[in-house]
Write a protein that binds this ligand. Sequence first.
Ligand SMILES: [Zn+2]
Length: 477
Amino acid sequence: MNKPLRLLASLALAGSALAAHAAATITVINGDPPNVGFNDPTAVAPVGGNSGTTLGQQRLNVYQAVAAKWGTELNSTVPILVYATWEALTCDESSAVLGSAGAVFVNANFPNAPFTDTWYNSALANKLAGSDLSEGDPTSTDPAVIVGADIRARFNANLGNATCLPGAPFYLGLDNAHGNLVDFYSVLLHELGHGLGFQVLTNSQTGKRIGNPALPSMWERFMLDTDTNTTWFAMTDRQRKKSAVNFQGLVWTGASVTAGAPLVLSAGKAEAILNTARNPKTFNVGTAEFGPALTPAGITDFPATIVTQAGELGPGCSPYDAGNAAAVNGQIAVVDRGGCAFVIKTKNAQNAGAVAVVIVNNVAGGPISPAGSDPTIVIPTVGVSMDDGTAIKNSIKPRRSASLTLHLNTTLLAGADASDRVFLYTPNPLEGGSSVSHWDTSATRNLLMEPFINDDLNHEVKVPSDLTLQLFIDIGW
Ligand SMILES: [Zn+2]
């Protein structure tokens, strides 16, 4: 049996049908000093089914509720230990690190391991082996290692204070009535999900495997690059590094997730079609957070480019002059990324009469999914890659241009490929800490293990609400 490998902090990337009596015990270890975090004595009013009367007690109550939730969904005879603290994580008045969690130990070549020479996070390895493979190491300086914790979790103790996203603390109710606040129950359900096995382990920035000897992780056999039709298990480091930024080109092939996908995801993959006479081309698009969603019928019109105006911050960042307004009126405005917010670009195009906007990436790689908020925007916006944007621009001629269709392809699920295999999150360029160990943001309905906590999550982890448990079943839970 290989010795358990202790995951270094830099490698903690985030951060079978279940029996009728599925159960696991998840124990939360309070690692906070007096008066901090779980021990914070600040008086608070009970909220949303959380009866705690101190901030610390309310935090602990959410932990207990989420630990109990995962405990009812998973099955293990070995208690799962979560070492948890609240700390002063990076934040300022406009942004904050909420927290993170990941496995502390990984194990390989233990009794009943589904695959030899393959790393498993310790909570899953213990379940499969039926014994605790990662007992504490009293010689360590890391308290989570000393106690043999399976999962290390830390959250931002200052969230909502005057210097850390003021006015936006975690919602500590248990009833999901979070309003505009961040629902801590959902965040914790997500973060413990990473620690329980929703974590690739292999380094997605370098493609390198962890450990000495370096071994594949339990995820790799289920990760298929659809461009090369090769799994991460069969790739070189260099190939994995490339695959990690293959936008909507890396899918999960596990049978449980694939069978569950049509029960959770809705039909309708967003795409753009350039209707050239001889050879129509279909492009992947990123959909915008603002404006109306695309529809199956969609919008078909001619694409039109604009000219960057004198003195503006970037293309389409200022109200259009007469020439640009005439170009896009009644057409789909094709605007390069850069210089100002996406909502400003779309609003200026809308004011000039455009029927939709295509934002062309200004760096190599995949399309962007334009972020932002502006309730006055009434036309749809999508992002395309630089290469696809160039193809669209090159189709524009003084006469007989090809039309462009922006729509939902209802023969495909939102968030999966044509074989219902769900996309992993592979933006280009890579997003350290987020890439690969999440589902792609195109998934609709929204999934718990997307890289952002969406407002419409419902505290469930399996079909028909979610696919996290289905992935866990695929890897051996
Ligand atoms: Zn995450």
